[in-house]
Write a protein that binds this ligand. Structure first.
Ligand code: PLP
Length: 394
């Protein structure tokens, strides 16, 4: 027997997984080259050569003790390198004491929530959101509170945000560049948001943490920049990983970096290390800490993602889809051509197109396309996309 909660979650869980299963079936029926799968956000490119070279060097170094347990927060020298990288555009610098290496961004968010949440406390997420947030919050007996973003920018609506913060609000999770919209929150928006949060912290007399989930921070186009969150908020935690920037999603390596301005940051760090240990992660993978330490600011070939984005947007706009142009990550989030996004996505399957309905991200009426796919697949899919659009214009 499994718990009722997990049974319920399994029933409601992930559209992305459903489409994955659907995709496998369709490939069997129609052949690989005739299925246009835009459903999965699995990084497409291999890690940079330098990362693979470093991996070989670390493996061959035969360093005594390299495979032992360590401080639950990770190797000091690796954490210092992460701090140095974040310090490049920070006003109040961090040291290794503000950084904990984690099992990907997912492990980092779970450790953060485990550390700060008491049962029944609320965590605000911005729709459309990465669907796993709901489960992460519930893992730690928190209550997700959803604030819708404005459809014209996909930035959070600050009035709704202010009205949604209560005595019980412990944290707000933001994600920019965003999955599923690809939108980067502007510095102006973030500064206004910081004012709202500071005012509410004063009103309720306690910290409201801003957890900035940034696994796409390095995947930005045309010189767009993601502001350093620690310059804008006081009680902020950056969660990042190398899953997307270095194409290492399967290796499970990332970090949390807390703002040095947080009062009692040391206690928070002790809590995070305790949570990392007792959630069963114990520490981030030793090997991958060492490998990534010298590649923090490297990325896979971003131009390749940009080419895919431009080809797809160009075509989607030409055939009549509306969308906010994404400046980062590898997703498009166009408006469905009918209100019912699930029906729209089902219709798309008739053209062998696999899309994910906005409902899966708490934002009905839209759908997500992941363009971390073969360029050829995008090209082959264009006629099918045109047919889909035409079916709704009749
Ligand atoms: N946050 C967002 C917004 C994501 O899209 C993902 C993965 O797709 C994660 C977190 C999890 O990242 P990681 O693989 O580093 O755990």
């Amino acid at each position: 027997m499994i718990s009722k909660e997990i049974q319920e979650n399994l029933k409601n869980s992930s559209w992305i997984r459903k489409m994955f299963v659907e995709g496998a079936k369709m490939r069997e029926m129609f052949g690989d080259e005739n299925v246009f799968d835009y459903s999965l956000g699995n990084p497409y490119f291999e890690p940079p050569k330098s990362v693979i070279e470093k991996l070989k060097a670390v493996v061959n170094a035969d360093e005594p003790g390299a495979h032992r347990y360590m401080d639950n927060a990770g190797f000091v020298e690796v954490r210092q390198k992460v701090a140095d990288s974040i310090n490049k555009d920070i006003k109040v610098p961090l040291t290794h004491k503000h950084v904990m290496m984690t099992v990907g961004a997912a492990g980092g968010i779970n450790a953060a929530l485990r550390t700060i949440l008491d049962s029944g406390q609320e965590v605000i997420i911005i729709a459309p959101y990465f669907a796993e947030y709901i489960f992460y919050i519930k893992n730690h007996n928190g209550v997700p509170v959803i604030v819708k973003s404005n459809p014209d920018t996909f930035e959070p609506n600050l009035e709704t945000l202010a009205a949604s913060i209560t005595e019980k609000t412990r944290a707000i999770i933001i994600n920019s560049p965003n999955n599923p919209t690809g939108v980067i929150y502007s510095e102006a928006l973030l500064k206004s948001m910081a004012e709202v949060v500071a005012q509410k912290e004063k009103e309720f007399g306690h910290a409201i943490y801003v957890i900035s989930d940034e696994p796409y921070k390095a995947l930005v186009y045309e010189g767009h920049k993601v502001p350093n969150i620690h310059n804008i908020f006081k009680n902020s935690m950056i969660v990042n990983s190398y899953s997307k920037s270095l194409g290492l999603a399967g290796e499970r390596i990332g970090y949390i970096a807390v703002n040095s301005k947080i009062e009692n940051a040391e206690l928070l760090m002790n809590g995070l290390a305790f949570a990392n240990r007792t959630l069963g992660f114990v520490n981030a993978p030793a090997l991958w800490q060492k490998v990534t330490a010298d590649s923090i600011d490297e990325t896979v070939d971003i131009m390749e993602y940009q080419k895919r984005r431009d080809l797809l947007i160009g075509h989607m706009e030409k055939i009549g889809f509306e969308m906010v142009k994404p400046n980062g990550a590898f997703y498009l989030f166009p408006k469905a051509m009918i209100e019912d996004d699930v029906a729209f996505v089902m219709e798309a399957k008739k053209y062998n197109l696999l899309l994910v309905p906005g409902s899966g991200f708490g934002y009905p009426g839209y759908f997500r396309m992941s363009y971390c796919v073969d360029m050829d697949m995008i090209e082959r899919s264009l006629p099918a996309l045109t047919q889909l659009a035409e079916a709704f214009k009749k």
